[in-house]
Design a protein around this ligand. Structure first.
Ligand SMILES: C[S@@+](CC[C@H](N)C(=O)[O-])C[C@H]1O[C@@H](n2cnc3c(N)ncnc32)[C@H](O)[C@@H]1O
Length: 370
C-alpha cells in the first residue's frame, strides 16, 4: 500500500492523464507546493533524513569559498561578481564560504549573493543563515544578473528529476508510475519510449543487455545548458559536487531515503528524499556544446586535498577545544575517506573558454582527452 498526503492527488492525476513519467513523479513528490518533500519537511541533519558535506564540516564550505576567491583573482578581480549557489539547503555552505573568503582583500566587497532555490520554506531558512547579507533568490538561472559569475552547487543535480528507460526485447521502454487498484498502491508500468528520450542514450554507454536501465535528467541538462550559456556570455566559472557516474553508464540509481535509511521510492511520496546518481558526462557534454570548458570529474578526496583540506584542519585545530578538535577531525575524515564520501562524490567545473586552469583540476576535459 502507498500512503502519505500526496496519494489522493497523484491517484487523480494518473486517472486523468495516464501513468506519470518518473520525472513528473519526482517533481511532484519533491516540490509539490503543499506536500512536496522540500516544501514541507526539514530533511537535513542527524534528526532529519540525510546529512550533506557542508553540514558535516565547516571546512567544506570554507575551501569552496577560497576556491571562488582564487577564481575571482584569476579572472582579474572584477569589481562586481555574482556568487550564485544552486540548491543551498540550509545556507550553511554559503555562510562558511563567505566567512572564509573575507580574508581575500576586495572579494567580499565585490560579491553579490544569489541563491537558486525552489522551496519557499528553505528560502526562509537560508535568510536566517545569512544575517546581514543582501541575498536575491531565483527559481532558475535565467534571471541572474549580467556580470561575471561564480556558481557553486552541492547535491543540487542529484535532486533534479530523471526519466528511466529499460531495455526489453531489443527496444527501449520508459518506466512510468501507475496506480494498482487491487493493492491500493503506486506501481511501475512500462510504455514505449519516445524518440527524444531514446536519442539521449549515448553510444559510449555500450550495447545494452536485457533489463538494463538508463537514466536521463532532462532538467539537469537544461540547467547546465543555462549555467554554461550564462558563464560563456558574462565570464566566470561554476563548481558542482555530487555523487554519480564518472562516465555515462547503465544502472538503476533512483533511490528514496528517510531517516538515513533506504525506503521504497513509491511507498510514501513527499515524505522521503528522492535522488538519482548524476551523469557527469552528460552535464560536461552539455557545457561543451555551449562553448565552455569543462573540468573533471575528480573525486571529492582529490579535490579537497588539492585545495589543502589537511592544512586547513591543522590551522583550525590550533585554536580548537578538545571537543571541537574531535569534531573537526572526524568531519574532515568523513569528507575524504574513500569508504565514506571521498570517492563516491565527484567534482566538476565549467568555465569560460579562456580559462584553461582551475584550482583542484587538471587541464580542461577536451584537452585531457586528446
Ligand atoms: C540535497 S539538498 C542539498 C542542499 C545543500 N546544497 C547542502 O549541500 O546541504 C537539494 C537542494 O536543492 C533544492 N532544489 C531541489 N530541486 C530544485 C530545483 N528544481 N530548483 C532549485 N532548487 C532545487 C532543494 O530545495 C535543496 O535546497
Amino acid at each position: 500500500m502507498t500512503d502519505g498526503p500526496l496519494v489522493p492527488y497523484l491517484k487523480d492525476l494518473i486517472a486523468a492523464e495516464g501513468p506519470l513519467s518518473l520525472a513528473r513523479y519526482m517533481r511532484e513528490a519533491l516540490l509539490h507546493p503543499e506536500h512536496g518533500y522540500y516544501t514541507g519537511r526539514e530533511p537535513f541533519g542527524t534528526q532529519g533524513d540525510f546529512i550533506t558535506a557542508p553540514e558535516i564540516s565547516q571546512v567544506f564550505g570554507e575551501l569552496i569559498g577560497l576556491w571562488c576567491a582564487a577564481v575571482w583573482q584569476q579572472i582579474g578581480s572584477p569589481e562586481r561578481v555574482a556568487l550564485v549557489e544552486f540548491g543551498p539547503g540550509r545556507g550553511t555552505l554559503m555562510a562558511d564560504a563567505l566567512r572564509a573568503a573575507r580574508i581575500v582583500p576586495g572579494f567580499a566587497e565585490a560579491i553579490e549573493v544569489h541563491l537558486v532555490e525552489a522551496s519557499p520554506r528553505l528560502r526562509e531558512i537560508q535568510r536566517t543563515a545569512l544575517p546581514g547579507i543582501r541575498v536575491t533568490w531565483h527559481s532558475a538561472p535565467d534571471t541572474l544578473p549580467a556580470c561575471p559569475t561564480l556558481m557553486i552547487g552541492n547535491e543540487f543535480f542529484d535532486a533534479l528529476p530523471i526519466n528511466q528507460l529499460v531495455y526489453r526485447s531489443g527496444m527501449w521502454q520508459e518506466r512510468c508510475i501507475g496506480w494498482n487498484e487491487e493493492k491500493s498502491a503506486l506501481s511501475w508500468v512500462e510504455k514505449q519510449a519516445t524518440d527524444d528520450l531514446e536519442a539521449c542514450v549515448p553510444a559510449a554507454a555500450g550495447a545494452p543487455d536485457e533489463g538494463d536501465i538508463f537514466e536521463i535528467s532532462a532538467e539537469g541538462r537544461a540547467r547546465m545548458d543555462e549555467i554554461a550559456r550564462h558563464i560563456r556570455r558574462h565570464g566566470g566559472a561554476g563548481l558542482f559536487i555530487d555523487y554519480g557516474h564518472g562516465s555515462s553508464a547503465f544502472g538503476d540509481t533512483f533511490q528514496a531515503v528517510k531517516a538515513h535509511k533506504p525506503v521504497d521510492p513509491l511507498s510514501a511520496p513527499g515524505t522521503a528524499d528522492l535522488t538519482a546518481h548524476v551523469d557527469f558526462d552528460a552535464l560536461l557534454d552539455t557545457a561543451a556544446a555551449t562553448g565552455c570548458n569543462g573540468f573533471g570529474t575528480v573525486t571529492q578526496v582529490a579535490f579537497l586535498t588539492a585545495l589543502g583540506i589537511e592544512q586547513r584542519v591543522e590551522r583550525l585545530l590550533a585554536q580548537a577545544s578538545e571537543t571541537q578538535a574531535a569534531t573537526l577531525r572526524s568531519g574532515a575524515r568523513r569528507l575524504i575517506d574513500p569508504a565514506e564520501m571521498g570517492t563516491l562524490f565527484k567534482v566538476v567545473a565549467v568555465a569560460a573558454r579562456e580559462i584553461e586552469e582551475l584550482p583542484g583540476f587538471g587541464p580542461p576535459r577536451d584537452q585531457a582527452r586528446t
